[in-house]
Write a protein that binds this ligand. Sequence first.
Ligand SMILES: Cc1cc2nc3c(=O)[nH]c(=O)nc-3n(C[C@H](O)[C@H](O)[C@H](O)COP(=O)(O)OP(=O)(O)OC[C@H]3O[C@@H](n4cnc5c(N)ncnc54)[C@H](O)[C@@H]3O)c2cc1C
Length: 376
Amino acid sequence: MSKNYDCIVLGVGGIGSAAMYYAASQGWRVLGLDRFPIGHASGSSHGQTRIIRQAYFEHPDYVPLLQSTYQLWDDLEKTSGESLFQRTGLLQVGDSQGSIIQGVKASAEEHRLTVREFDNAALRKAFPLFNYRDVDVGVLEENAGFLRVEKCVSAFARAAQSQGADFIDGVTIEGWDRGAAGYEVTTSQGCFRGRRLIIAAGAWANQIMPDLRKRLRVIAKHQHWFRIPDERTQLEKGCPTFFFETEEGYFYGFPDIDGNGTKICEHSGGTPVENPLEINRDIDPLDLERVQHFAHHSLNCPRGIHHDHRVCMYTMSPDEHFMVDLADEQVAFACGLSGHGFKFAPVLGKALVQLLEGTPRADMDFLKLKRFNGDS
Ligand SMILES: Cc1cc2nc3c(=O)[nH]c(=O)nc-3n(C[C@H](O)[C@H](O)[C@H](O)COP(=O)(O)OP(=O)(O)OC[C@H]3O[C@@H](n4cnc5c(N)ncnc54)[C@H](O)[C@@H]3O)c2cc1C
């Protein structure tokens, strides 16, 4: 099979679905290829929810991108007619000198974002759903919340298809190369030709882009759901999304949505994954124990019953910042999203198209590979 496209998107998960949409919106003839169907649970974009926030503790340079991404998620909600972004507020708790509180405040100050600060006594009074250490303080970002992750991916894919994009699943991408007139993508279903490529392969990026092999590290992360017999944990009762820095690590959780239970996970840690296709999807008793320990100590409510679990993957870059760049004149990629990339899906998808058009966002320069120049 051989067809010619203006742009082929390699990997149609979180970022690829958005890239497919923005590429198709240019009037380009677009093809998306993936091994799995849209919204699948085998990569990094599944498990009901993803946190979205602007006062970014990881680095203030992400804030302008987050301001764009908020606008683009709102646009997608309008285009799709779906509710994707729930502004529950995000409560972040930790030692006042810890990286979370310090990082949130630095981003908020530099970009004049509104966050409400709580000292220990105010925190206990305002959010009695949680328990706190004496050193804990809190920041509430009211404009933050969560994205319904699978619905977001499906909405982008549908929007792309309504702009004329083709999507083929059940395809294993084996490699790509520069041909006489553009690029050739070799797959289990034959060869596809495109003038441009966008690579958004998530945990498989180092296989599709062997040059990156040394830089990316994939880890398994567990998502747990608990049924907690306390109505204050419910979305409708105003439960915020929450993120805690504790002595044991970073833990976060979401309100109980649609009666599915309260999702609680550990952000820190993780088990190395050699082959993402053979990842162990069983419950890791140690991980569950750590999450239960956090829940029992930090939630001021009756113990929940563990009732669901999903394994997902973080693809870590060396400095835990994204890697977004050109791999060749007309080949753009986003990878190494290091467990915090989903909220950026629209802005990254659009940025990949802008890279190919030769009009890159200057404020994304910090994500280019040149920052590793000099590393072995
Ligand atoms: C448990 C967990 C919690 C997270 N929490 C947050 C959060 O709260 N907020 C946030 O912003 N981010 C969060 N993240 C990170 C975020 O979800 C990811 O950064 C993002 O979803 C990655 O999207 P992606 O498109 O890179 O990968 P994916 O969505 O996995 O897409 C990659 C696609 O490429 C396809 N593919 C790859 N190789 C091939 C091949 N050879 N042939 C065919 N198809 C191929 C795959 O099948 C897949 O569909 C979390 C991640 C996890 C795992």
